[in-house]
Design a protein around this ligand. Structure first.
Ligand code: KL2
Length: 418
């Protein structure tokens, strides 16, 4: 027997730390001050380890007892975990298509989830799913993203993303929509150029989905396995909203591996103009207006947009995006400085999975004690604590008897103030 690992809900509001055994108490909502006009919801991000990928990369799982690696053993555990945590939104990665059709989707539907799925391209076995509780949201739009592009030689990998626009179900008040994105970026530690471009494509799609009439964005939750570690250039770009990649080796983008022997430097720009995505990670106005129209038919706005395309995209090594994203996790244990890990097998134990969210901005008005204006965004109420590599090796690493993926599920509770 391998024993169980303890994860507890960290109450981000009042820092009350309460230990609950894994698969322990169900109703352990954080005790934050109660607000009337609010919508609370929880999100899980979980790479469930596709069985085909497990078998293709079996050298990573030599530390495991054979029986714990069978899908017939793993799936009931994964389902039990999902059922226990009972999140309102699930962002799952490495969801194998055959298992999705026969077991995963039917099981989740019977738990009250609506499921959307985007399979990887190029005959890959798995994909990303976003599932949400019928009782909490209605579906406004489904927006799959394929990172493979026949017309862009750089983009020859089959990774995907999925972006949903969800409407909170609230009896009385009006609520903005919530944009939920899920992805599994390229693994290859040496190809940071591809990873950054995949990320830019996902951000562009999120921009177009989360865009509101007044020019602002609705609240965003962006989950996934980004195959990049905390503090890496790719991670910093997500959090800071900007990145100057001049002179950066492609193997340094994700921080998965130390060595960068003989590595190419990122080219400027990283992706070609025909991708149709600007250095600000938004879709470019594609078409210069048709020739049948005379110049006098063009509005000033159209001309301005064309102008922007020509002038603003000079060879710059700077990327930007328009969101202000925070990470649910802080990636290190505050008392010891030891790293949290989200994946652990015989070759590595690192953080590569994240839940990013648009944080509520606190616009403080003038003097101390003045009313704090809370605008847009989400408030993080709580998160399920992660573990150290050492914690995980005390239960024989991942997957083990009780934890049936080589990743841990990440969980957050959010509040939308209305
Ligand atoms: O790191 V992962 O596992 O997010 O948990 O994402 C990829 C890897 C996943 C999808 O491609 O398969 C795993 N060495 C180690 N792991 C690999 C390799 C490899 N060469 N190729 C794929 N994966």
């Amino acid at each position: 027997m391998e024993g169980t690992i303890k994860r507890h809900w960290e109450d981000v509001c009042n820092h009350n730390k309460e230990e609950t055994k894994i698969l322990g108490d169900k109703n352990d909502d954080p005790i934050c001050e109660d607000s009337e006009n609010k919508f609370d919801f929880s999100v899980m991000s979980y790479n469930i380890l596709s069985q085909d990928l497990l078998e293709d990369n079996s050298h990573l799982y030599k530390h495991c007892r054979r029986p714990v690696l069978h899908w017939s053993f793993r799936f009931p555990n994964i389902l039990k975990e999902i059922k226990h945590f009972d999140a309102d939104v699930l962002c799952l990665q490495e969801v194998q298509e055959d298992h999705y059709g026969t077991e995963i989707r039917p099981s989740l539907e019977s738990l009250g989830y609506h499921c959307e799925y985007k399979m990887r391209t190029g005959r890959k076995p798995d994909g990303c799913a976003i599932c949400f509780k019928h009782s909490k949201f209605s579906l406004l739009s489904v927006n799959p993203v394929e990172f493979y592009r026949r017309d862009v030689p750089l983009l020859d990998r089959d990774n995907v993303g999925l972006v949903l626009l969800l409407q909170p179900k609230i009896p009385s008040a009006a609520s903005p929509a919530i944009c939920v994105a899920n992805t599994h970026l390229l693994y290859n530690p040496r190809r940071g150029d591809i990873k950054l471009t995949q990320l830019a494509m996902l951000l562009a799609e999120i921009s177009s989905v989360a865009h509101q009439k007044d020019g602002s964005f609705c609240p965003i939750v962006m989950c996934g396995d980004f195959n990049s570690v905390p503090g890496s250039p790719l991670y910093s770009f997500i959090k800071e909203g900007k990145l100057n990649y001049e002179g950066l080796a492609i193997g340094k983008v994700s921080g998965q591996e130390q060595s960068s022997r003989g590595q190419r430097i990122l080219s400027i720009p990283i992706w070609p103009p025909n991708l149709g995505i600007s250095q600000n990670c938004v879709y470019e106005v594609q078409q210069v207006p048709k020739v049948e129209k005379t110049d006098s038919d063009l509005t000033q706005t159209q001309l301005d947009k064309t102008e922007v395309l020509v002038t603003a995209e000079k060879l710059s090594s700077k990327l930007q995006h328009h969101f202000s994203l925070s990470s649910v996790y802080s990636h290190y244990f505050p008392d010891t400085g030891i790293p949290e890990v989200t994946t652990c097998h015989s070759r590595s134990a690192i953080t590569v999975d994240y839940i990013f969210y648009s944080a509520e901005k606190e616009g403080v008005a003038g003097q101390p004690g003045a009313e704090v204006a809370l605008v847009g965004g989400l408030k993080l109420l709580a998160r399920l604590s992660l573990l150290t590599e050492q914690d995980l090796w005390t239960v024989n690493g991942l997957p083990n008897e009780n934890n049936s993926s080589d990743h841990l599920p990440l969980l957050a509770k959010f509040r939308l103030e209305l």
